[in-house]
Design a protein around this ligand. Sequence first.
Ligand code: SAM
Ligand code: GLN
Length: 300
Amino acid sequence: MTSKTWTVLDLLQWTTAHFKERGVASARLDAECLLAYALGCDRLKLYVDYEKPVEEAERARFRELVKARGRERMPVAYLTGRREFWSLPLAVSPAVLVPRPETECLVEAALPLLGAGTRVLEIGTGSGAIVIALATERPDALFWATDRSSDALSVAQKNAQALVPDVEIRWLEGDLFAPLAGERFDLVVSNPPYVAETERGSLPPELAHEPSGALFGGGEDGADCLRRLVAEAPAHLRPGGRLLLELDPRQLPAISDAAIAAGFDPGATIRDAAGTERALLIGPPDDPERATQPAPLESS
Ligand code: SAM
Ligand code: GLN
């Protein structure tokens, strides 16, 4: 009996159906990414090679990836070791959160605030996504980045060596501002852990593979880490300095209140590309930029 010849198209169709059955949201895209990875080509090449038979050795490699994605719900980025962020090919491992597209709105919001010599600190850098994206765009600013996970810092440092070898980023390990005693910055940016522990059971199964220290922020609403950042920031900002935080939109009122309590303005919300209120830019109460804006009309 001759065994069936599997073409690229056969494998894509079978795997897409299999992923759908398993509840994988982006079934076709994931099938393409994993097959391209197994064959050592890019996704577009698959379309040219639809009718090409795939060798048994390559199929065996692909089968393992499909098993891990479908059965264990391993994120594609951990299987391929790569994830694109701000159009940069970042290396990722299970030691770091898979960078999310919504986090790009923090980069967008930060860029206009950065110039030559601006002191920028990222807290909880993970793969380095945010600080590296900023460094590619504003190489003349000064960068610091921290994480409490040394494994995450190794991933970030490798990414920086590959993507921004000429920009110096000072990497520090420790809890929030602890490694930065006496240092002040013009901008502190962070995508801290902010998921509530109570949501653990209802999260997509992929998140179980990500470091829980990157996800769960503590407190009933998951916002403890955010609140600590806001409370500790004033001692580490230069005059006019700002704090830019990613959060869950449900945490906005609590974090605005915390900002006011720490002597800041309530913050300006920033929406991600999907239109979700995803970040808060907190500044001094007497922000000169805001003072130049027309005052709201008074109702008489
Ligand atoms: N910045 C990356 C991104 O946006 O993709 C990673 C963000 S991930 C949500 C949060 C990161 O903060 C993790 O790498 C975690 O290890 C780190 N982290 C959590 N708590 C921390 C703390 N108290 N001090 C320093 N880093 C912390
Ligand atoms: N946005 C992440 C999620 O998928 C949470 C990341 C974080 O806690 N910073 O829920």
